[in-house]
Design a binder for this molecule. Structure first.
Ligand code: NAD
Length: 266
């Protein structure tokens, strides 16, 4: 299976190159960066510290996808939508880990997924996807008696807040409790904002240094507290998850899938 990587010079791009090289049955056929990026023309393997591969970083995704079966995309929603258009035109599959989609942008992704197989997941790690399942179970057991608060921490260059993973955690808990995440998520407490409402789910964000990604969901009761935490120590498991999604997607028809589907957790 021939794989192209978009955003090859990014934090995830380098880890994705290594993961594709290590994966069974996958071959890196192309790599791109944004037009004007200083690494255009550089060998993707040399840039990632994986040795020369003979795959030059290009700014022309249309040409790159002509020789690829699947695109791995860890960029940003507006870029991902452009990439989906190119993949749809060529009937190619796409695995995207981009986060920060607005509801309207998500609808656009769903439209493209009617034409091609798409995996879109805010977190590709097995551990976080196991957490989603544990959170549903915890919320079902604890019900409305426990207040739910979510705290996430990321590096100081992250563009979207709260993280896509924290939002998904909030959605999982809200769904299990029969609440609408968009109505109960509380992102801001300041001044005389009043007592905590029973239904709200607090969403707190910490940004600093080089934190890869940490998420804790607190279920806070009277006299006791449960914390479900995930800490990412490196970006490699996100990259390995994306590769696993490519391998899984090979047998799939058009449609929108996430890592719960890939890992058989649905
Ligand atoms: P980054 O800024 O380091 O990398 C993004 C790269 O995309 C950059 O090198 C940038 O130049 C490139 N790019 C931008 N526009 C482009 C274009 N039009 N064509 C080609 N390349 C283009 O960011 P990052 O830390 O690697 O994160 C990227 C995305 O992945 C973010 O949305 C982040 O939240 C998400 N992420 C998801 C997971 C997951 O498991 N789903 C894990 C980590 C990060």
């Amino acid at each position: 299976m021939k794989v192209a990587i978009v955003g090859a010079a990014g934090r995830m791009g380098g880890r994705l190159i290594h993961a594709v090289l290590e994966a069974d049955g996958l071959e890196l056929s192309g790599a791109t960066e944004r037009p004007g990026h200083p690494q255009i023309g550089t060998d993707a393997g040399l840039l990632a510290g994986a040795g020369e591969l003979g795959v030059k970083i290009s700014a022309d995704l249309t040409a790159v996808m002509a020789t690829a079966d699947v695109l791995i995309d860890f960029t940003f929603p507006e870029v991902t939508l452009q990439n989906l258009e190119i993949c749809a035109q060529q009937g190619k599959m796409i695995v995207s880990g981009s986060t920060g989609f607005s509801p309207e942008q998500k609808q656009q992704v769903e439209k493209y997924a009617e034409q091609i197989p798409v995996v879109l997941a805010p977190n590709m790690s097995v551990g976080v996807n196991a957490c989603f399942k544990l959170l549903k179970e915890a919320a079902n057991i604890l019900g409305d008696d426990f207040d739910v608060e979510i705290v996430e921490m990321h590096h100081n260059q992250k563009k979207d807040s709260p993280s896509g993973t924290a939002v998904r955690m909030g959605e999982v808990v809200a769904d299990a409790l029969g609440r609408d995440y968009n109505k109960v998520a509380n992102f801001h407490r300041e001044g005389m904002c009043g007592e905590r409402t029973k239904a709200e789910i607090g969403m707190q964000t910490v940004r600093g240094g080089d934190i890869v990604g940490e998420h804790t969901v607190y279920f806070i009761g009277m006299g006791e507290r449960i914390e479900i935490s995930h800490r990412a120590m490196s970006r490699d498991m996100f990259a390995r998850g994306a590769v696993r999604a490519c391998q899984w997607l090979q047998q799939k028809q058009s449609g929108l899938y996430d890592m719960q589907d890939v890992l058989g957790l649905t």
